[in-house]
Design a protein around this ligand. Structure first.
Ligand SMILES: [Fe+2]
Ligand SMILES: [Fe+2]
Length: 273
């Protein structure tokens, strides 16, 4: 099975780049299943129902999120009628929406998608390791799910590597999001799980993690908050990762990160060329 994941979509620049590239990417490479992290899609903060639908129309099967999921208050309401939108699985019990789900790819294959959030340098939350264990318990690889995909939204590299190894051989893919900067470590772990510490963002890289540079720069330099953070408006780069899984085992056969457009050095998706 061919799976593509795109990192955090940030603001209009990110949306424009994804809407321009995703439909043709999906067709050109005959991608079976697409996941997009949409936590910063609405002006850099959260996601609205119309943006969520726009991403689904462009070819996303599932939208994952993270710490910014509720920045647009309407998400608290529409998440319950939009099963393709996930929030972290280890949020407090009773939180609206779901953190994991079983979805049908166009080929008919069953894909389990899990969104979890880290606890290092982030808000205190339930244990993400127990959270993914509970979710995977309902969909063992190759018994209920043909592939299991985990978006681990976390700050610390070490916590993300720990999650990768924790799920090695039990998930098809464990990739990180949240830092908005792609790492160069896409590879297959010894047990057969495709792993990448952070996929990066879909947004303007002439920025500070997708935001216009001036305000964050002066906040760091002076410790004074002068204005709101606004997404950068230059051409967005699409940062993604492509994974090919083995239909017999559900484990990864190949993984390759890619980048398209904007000011970040492009990296062609050579794996399927
Ligand atoms: Fe983000
Ligand atoms: Fe985040």
């Amino acid at each position: 099975m061919r799976i593509v994941f795109l990192g955090d979509v940030v603001g209009r620049s990110g949306r424009k780049a994804v809407l321009a590239e995703l439909p043709q990417l999906r067709t050109r490479y005959a991608v079976d299943f697409v996941i997009v992290n949409g936590e910063n899609a609405a002006g850099g903060f959260g996601i609205t129902e119309s943006i969520c639908e726009e991403l689904i129309d462009a070819g996303a099967d599932v939208i994952t999120t993270g710490n910014h999921v509720w920045d647009q208050r309407e998400a608290l309401v529409f998440i319950d009628r939009q099963p393709r939108l996930l929030r972290p699985v280890n949020f407090p019990a009773g939180t609206p929406g779901r953190g994991a789900g079983l979805f049908t790819a166009r080929s008919g294959a069953q894909v389990m998608v899990i969104n979890a959030m880290g606890r290092i340098f982030m808000d205190a939350l339930d244990c993400p390791f127990q959270g993914v264990d509970r979710a995977i318990g309902q969909g063992e690889l190759k018994t209920k799910a043909d592939a299991i995909f985990v978006d681990f939204h976390a700050e610390a590299t070490s916590e993300k590597q720990a999650m990768g190894h924790y799920l090695d051989g039990r998930a098809s893919v464990v990739v990180g999001t949240h830092t908005h900067v792609p790492t160069a470590d896409d590879h297959i772990l010894p047990g057969g799980t495709a792993y990448m510490t952070d996929v990066g963002m879909c947004g303007d890289f002439n920025s500070i993690i997708g935001m216009q540079k001036e305000e964050p720069m002066q906040r760091f330099a002076t410790k004074i908050q002068r204005s709101r953070l606004e997404p950068a408006t230059g051409e967005g780069t699409v940062c993604g990762v492509a994974i090919e899984t083995d239909d017999a085992t559900g484990l990864a056969k190949a993984v390759s990160s890619f980048r398209m457009r904007g000011c970040l050095r492009p990296r062609e998706l050579a794996m399927w060329a």
